[in-house]
Write a protein of this length. Structure first.
Length: 109
């Protein structure tokens, strides 16, 4: 659990840093226009998903190269571990989103 928490914290810090770079407002334009914040968030989610897919693809390619005897086993182990960590993070985020959605559905009108 501690490893997943540390990864989530570092991902959050990285996301805050990326959104703050674009507009100079610190935290992705909080207090600014709504569309800018929505675009920053959707871009962040899109980049996160693309990064997860890229890590998985790289892991698969290195595993195939190792099976053919063309890759260093250390690189394969690192790539597979990164892909596994990324998958665990994606699953944790998905679970939290579903939990929040279910909580919203339970709210009385």
């Amino acid at each position: 659990m501690a490893i997943e928490l540390a990864n989530a914290i570092s991902a959050y810090k990285s996301a805050v840093g990326r959104t703050g770079e674009g507009d100079g407002a610190g935290l992705g334009g909080i207090g600014g226009t709504g569309s800018s914040s929505a675009n920053d968030f959707s871009t962040m989610v899109k980049n996160f998903a693309q990064n997860a897919v890229d890590k998985n693809t790289m892991s698969e390619q290195l595993s195939a190269a190792a099976a053919a005897g063309k890759a260093n086993i250390d690189q394969v182990v690192i790539a597979v571990a990164e892909a596994e960590t990324t998958l665990n993070t994606v699953v944790a985020v998905r679970d939290k989103v579903l939990e929040a959605y279910r909580e919203i559905l339970r709210m009385p009108l």
